[in-house]
Design a binder for this molecule. Structure first.
Ligand code: CAA
Length: 322
């Protein structure tokens, strides 16, 4: 490990990938996280079966992957042949059994909803080969609870990628109560083989990433709600004062306010501590459908293709209060 950057060296990546027995990966869900996960696995030589109930969603996902690979080609970090061979390694499926037939690993990246995830894991467990590891990209739902709905608790693990997946270096790996050491080691090696940095944590609400990130975002929303400062001031303070690439309100829009709200609820219920109660402003914005980038408006107004940061009219008054 390079101690300055905490990134794996090339030698470590190659050494670790030698011990891997994973070749075929099925990714469930063709949304933002699903397409990013397919992108990085295919780019690193793995055969990827993308599975979703909607063929249209998968067609859009493939177009997004191609567009994001074009950025890499124009930067010289990928060449045109590598782009075409990576795209050729991705196949799309609407049938779970067909998608999982030869899978060594399944990564589930469906909507962040406990009932949906449990339903999907029961289906996966019924058709996936016996040796297959089942990973979930959940950002906060209990791995142990998901695993307890399968007959292979030892092979269920959290593999939490960050958005945008092709750019962010971290994979937070979450051991459920029943996850065995061999499964964790395989996922660590796999993470290194795609040039990312694994961090292993235990199964507590929000794990580490969202236990720390979401209360910060919620506190930024509470500060806005109380009129301590406006959207621009809050984000500028955190960007310029703390060197965050995005301010917390911009990041909340980027992640999706519905996702932030559901993670805060997981923390609130999981710890039973009032300090995790979601801000009323966050709850209201979610109820009203102001979800950030995905709906076109949150704390900012988002126009596809534009990187300009325009504060929503609703927060234009700096002394704004709900
Ligand atoms: N695919 C491939 N490359 C991409 C990309 C994508 N989807 N998105 C951006 N890039 C590349 C760009 O090509 C560019 O590459 P170079 O540096 O080689 O030029 C680089 O990433 C930076 O992109 P941009 O210049 O377009 O924009 P930027 O400098 O404003 O950076 C950002 C954008 C990387 C998203 C940066 O703002 C950032 O790091 N933001 C914070 C992201 C973050 O915190 N993510 C975690 C969210 S939490 C989460 O995901 C988990 C959860 O559970 C909620």
């Amino acid at each position: 490990m390079n101690t300055e950057t905490l990134e794996p060296t090339l030698t470590e990546v190659n050494m670790n990938s030698h011990s891997l027995h994973i070749k075929n990966i099925a990714v469930i869900g063709a949304g933002t996280m699903g397409n990013g996960i397919c992108h990085v696995f295919s780019q690193n030589g793995y055969n990827v079966n993308m599975m979703d109930v909607s063929q249209d969603a998968m067609n859009r996902a493939i177009a997004t992957i191609a567009k994001n690979m074009d950025r890499q080609v124009s930067k010289g970090t990928l060449n045109e042949d590598e782009k075409l061979s990576s795209l050729a390694r991705i196949k799309t499926f609407t049938d779970m059994a067909a998608a999982l037939k030869d899978a060594d690993l399944v990564v589930e990246a469906a909507t962040e909803n406990i009932d949906l995830k449990i339903k999907i894991f029961k289906e996966i467990d019924a058709v996936a080969p016996e040796k297959c590891i089942l990973a979930t990209n959940t950002s906060s739902i209990s791995i142990t609870r998901i695993a307890s709905n399968t007959k292979r608790m030892d092979k269920v693990i959290g593999m939490h990628f960050m958005n945008p997946v092709p750019v962010m270096k971290l994979v937070e790996i979450i051991n459920g109560y029943g996850t065995d050491r061999a499964t964790t080691n395989t996922i660590i090696d796999l993470t290194l083989s795609i040039g990312k940095v694994p961090c292993v944590v235990n199964d507590y609400p929000g794990f580490i990433s969202n236990r720390i990130l979401m209360p910060m975002i919620n506190e930024a929303i509470l500060s806005l709600q109380e009129g301590v400062a406006g959207v621009e001031e809050i984000d500028t303070i955190m960007k310029l004062g703390m060197a965050h690439p995005m301010g917390p309100l911009q990041l909340a829009d980027f992640i999706g306010l519905d996702t932030c709200y559901s993670i805060m609820n997981v923390l609130h219920m999981g710890f039973g501590n009032q300090k995790y109660a979601p801000a009323t402003l966050l709850a209201n914005m979610v109820q009203a459908g102001f979800l950030g980038v995905k709906s076109g408006e949150g704390f900012y107004v988002h126009t596809p293709g534009s990187k300009e940061l325009i504060v929503s009219e609703r927060f234009a008054d700096k002394k704004w209060k709900m």
